[in-house]
Design a protein around this ligand. Structure first.
Ligand code: MN
Length: 151
């Protein structure tokens, strides 16, 4: 059973919500670089979602993955490039991204400023799936994607 929010206001300073723990992006290692997260809300019974803030340092990236659950993302800091499905998008603060089920996705910082975004997910969600060698080969058939992805 998810732990739900209470009424609260989280004060931020410099893209940090001070009383919220800074967490490792993921427990397993090797598929991402220079990224941390903060869980800002764990939703409510009638809004069973998590609101997370992720921040990727310059030259960093998230894991290349897909999964059944949807991501709703708003960039709030810096600039980056994001693979969604078969397209790479240049994005900046306040752009909004929707990533639907089973689309490959990866976030990468561009420029020398941290790249930060809010990501909302359902509380009940499946584990991310990383590409098999066969899926990676399929992805790499597109030269633009092939030169973009880091894994
Ligand atoms: Mn994901």
């Amino acid at each position: 059973m998810a732990k739900y929010m209470e009424n609260s206001v989280l004060k931020s300073k410099d893209f940090n919500w001070g009383n919220v723990p800074l967490l490792k992006y993921k427990e397993e290692d090797g598929t991402f670089r220079s990224i941390h997260r903060q869980v800002l809300s764990c939703g409510a019974p009638d809004l069973p979602c998590e609101m997370r803030y992720f921040e990727i340092a310059p030259n960093g990236h998230s894991t290349l993955e897909s999964h059944e659950h949807t991501h709703l993302v708003m960039i709030i800091r810096g600039r980056g490039n994001v693979l969604i499905g078969k397209k790479i998008h240049e994005v900046k603060a306040f752009d909004v991204l929707s990533i639907t089920s089973h689309e490959w996705h990866q976030f990468q910082t561009s420029g020398d400023e941290p790249f930060g975004f809010i990501c909302i997910v359902n509380n009940e969600r499946d584990r991310p799936h990383r590409p098999t060698p066969e899926e990676l080969e399929e992805l790499r058939k597109d030269p633009v994607i092939s030169s973009f992805i880091r894994c």
